[in-house]
Design a protein around this ligand. Structure first.
Ligand SMILES: O=C(O)/C=C/C(=O)CC(=O)C(=O)O
Length: 227
């Protein structure tokens, strides 16, 4: 068993149930060069971090829920599951904090988020609505040798829309963990969303999203209208 998985066990956290037991979801926005280019934004000088509540988690078999009047984007991401308590961790040892991984969708309510950005207001409502964080099953740490070189893809209704690699990230996985740990303690079971490659776009009710990470996992979610 990996040392960080063991540390989590000793802290009473079963990482395979991260979406039930984890206490926070920390996201990094605009962390891919290709997406920054698509959106015509400058590379951020430091990671742009937001939080999603854990009530936004859904697992395979549940539906993404949106209002017909809102623009809601899909964003496929590598999720890092924290395996041990991390506070003020240097980048050189940050990868030791990883307990495992998952594939995640950072569903984003663009209607709300763009208004928030214009008003320099917080991103929470755009990122944290119920069903905004669909996740795969837990992927053991040893299955991914290098989190900064992992292929990920997404299809919308069978058409490929995102096809990226984490080697396109602006800030590495270790940098993100280290940076966040200088500001908030990361705990076993927490999820770090590492950003999304180019090709993000909107979903409509009855759409089906399918995505995958290397040959490790695929997952499928349907979109339903709440109104
Ligand atoms: O720029 C915006 O309004 C929103 C950007 C995002 O939602 C980007 C991400 O969350 C991401 O790059 O992963």
């Amino acid at each position: 068993m990996q040392a960080s998985h063991l540390a989590a066990r000793m802290a009473g956290v079963n990482l395979t149930s991260f979406s039930e037991v984890g206490r926070k979801i920390v996201g990094a926005a605009l962390n891919y060069k290709s997406l920054a280019q698509d959106l015509k934004v400058q590379h951020p000088p430091r990671p742009v971090i937001f939080l999603k509540p854990t009530s936004s988690y859904i697992n395979v078999g549940q539906d993404i829920e949106i209002s017909k009047s809102d623009i809601v984007n899909y964003e496929v991401e590598l999720g890092v599951i924290i395996g041990k308590k991390c506070k003020n961790i240097p980048e050189s040892s940050a990868l030791d904090c990883i307990g495992g991984y998952c594939l995640a969708l950072d569903m984003t309510n663009v209607s709300i988020l763009s208004e928030a950005r214009k008003a320099s207001a917080p991103w929470d409502l755009g990122k944290g609505f119920d069903t905004a964080c669909p996740v795969s099953k837990f992927i053991p740490k040893e299955k991914i040798k290098n989190p900064d070189d992992v292929k990920l893809w997404l299809k919308l209704n069978g058409t490929i829309k995102q096809n990226g690699n984490t080697n396109d990230m602006i800030f590495s996985t270790a940098h993100l963990i280290s940076f966040v740990s200088q500001h908030m303690t990361l705990e076993p079971g927490d999820l770090l969303l590492t950003g999304s490659p180019s090709g993000v776009g909107p979903v409509r009710p009855n759409d089906v999203l399918e995505c995958g990470l290397e040959d490790l996992v695929t997952m499928k979610f349907s979109v339903k209208a709440t109104d």
